[in-house]
Design a protein around this ligand. Structure first.
Ligand code: FES
Ligand SMILES: [Fe+2]
Length: 375
């Protein structure tokens, strides 16, 4: 983590967790927040949230997913087809994935390429987005190569992640206090996509509190995790929620210098607005909540090996085993809960959803969302 990291040190986190265990307490917020149910259903709210996702720096992928000059990823982000590519100069650039001839998408999925040849009529673009070639150029009098490059949007690499801003350059000062989440050596090994019938915020909310561990995850996470004991810190518009495992008790007998949190807690960073980074026992994930409609969301989960107390783990098999444990254990329970909630929202049962003192990070999230949307 970098020197500007505003978050508690490992030592302080551990001290706070042991205090909570000993006193049967947890970190608390100071506000009860009521979020109108309409904000999970309304088309108008959905559209303003999509626009917000386009005008803020949002994580697009891990740097490790673009290892070489010419490595690229094409996918939709906040409804826009984007193409993100590492150039010959090593720099990552992001473009709207739209051919300047008749709008075809010039790249699909991911790979490594020297140029992007539009599949429709073969207009050809360089890794820097410049239009290099128009077949039968004589048929397009007045259409200049130099005026018809791919339209560039903002991109910035920081701490092993690529952030994209679709409405201008990424404002580096907005990422200044962001921890360096991933080291170069951490290996990216897998990704999955899930589409659920739930508003993106309902899915994101499942990652932001430990109040539901015993109840919703009785047989999955609760046998290993402590119920409703979390360390919750807000930083900027973001939050970090630390969920300790029961086995953290082992650290009480270890000399302070050898006490490390790796494998003893799950740390979830909620990067405002729609990304969660989870540092689990033996692997780390980046979850991007892509809103598809007010009631439908695609979750994209990117997986990498962990940092360890000694450096970086390159043990992909171990990381894969850990990832399948998390999936088999509680992940689907969270998704099902979000979908079940969505099913009740169009009834008149609730005018709002209520978030209390145990749900501090969610309250922070909604307060920030409201504030950003009113700007
Ligand atoms: S649309 Fe791309 S070359 Fe025609
Ligand atoms: Fe959960």
């Amino acid at each position: 983590m970098n020197t500007k990291n505003p978050l508690l040190s490992e030592e302080k986190v551990l001290e706070r967790i042991f205090n909570h265990i000993d006193n049967k307490t947890t970190d608390l917020g100071d506000t009860v927040h009521k979020e109108p149910v309409a904000n999970y259903l309304s088309e108008e709210r959905f559209e303003s949230e999509i626009e917000l996702l386009r005008r803020l720096p949002v994580v697009f992928c891990l740097s490790a997913m673009l290892p070489d000059k010419g490595s690229y990823i094409a996918r939709k982000a906040a409804g826009s087809p984007l193409l993100v590519v590492r150039g010959d100069d090593g720099k990552v650039r992001a473009f709207i994935n739209a051919c300047r001839h008749r709008g075809m998408q010039v790249a699909k999925d991911s790979g490594c390429s020297r140029a992007f040849v539009c599949p429709y009529h073969a207009w050809t673009y360089g890794l820097d987005g410049e239009l290099r070639h128009i077949p039968g150029h004589a048929g397009f009098p007045g259409v200049e190569l130099k005026d018809n490059g791919l339209v560039e949007v903002g991109a910035l690499e920081k701490g092993g992640l690529v952030y994209v801003n679709q409405r201008g350059a990424v404002d580096a000062s907005m990422l200044e206090n962001m921890p360096d989440f991933f080291a170069n050596e951490q290996a990216y090994f897998d990704q999955s996509e899930y589409i659920d019938e739930a508003n993106w915020k309902l899915l994101a909310e499942t990652t932001m509190e430990g109040y539901h561990i015993k109840s919703l995850h009785k047989k999955s996470f609760y046998p290993y995790g402590l119920d409703n004991i979390t360390v919750v810190e807000n930083f900027g518009s973001h939050s970090r929620v630390i969920f300790p495992f029961k086995r953290i008790e082992k650290l009480r007998d270890i000399a302070p210098n050898d006490q490390h949190l790796n494998g003893m807690v799950t740390s979830v960073y909620q990067l405002f607005p729609n990304v969660a980074i989870s540092i689990l026992s033996k692997h780390s994930t980046v979850t991007i909540f892509e809103p598809l409609s007010p009631t439908r969301t695609k979750m994209l989960i990117l997986r990498a090996t962990n940092r360890t107390a000694e450096g970086v783990s390159t043990d992909i098999e171990e990381a894969k085993r850990d990832a399948s444990f998390v999936k088999d254990a509680g992940f689907d329970e969270d998704r099902e809960a979000a979908c079940a909630i969505q099913g009740t929202l169009s009834t008149k049962a609730n005018q709002h959803l209520t978030f209390g003192h145990f749900e501090k990070a969610i309250v922070h999230f909604h307060q920030n969302l409201r504030q950003h949307l009113s700007n």
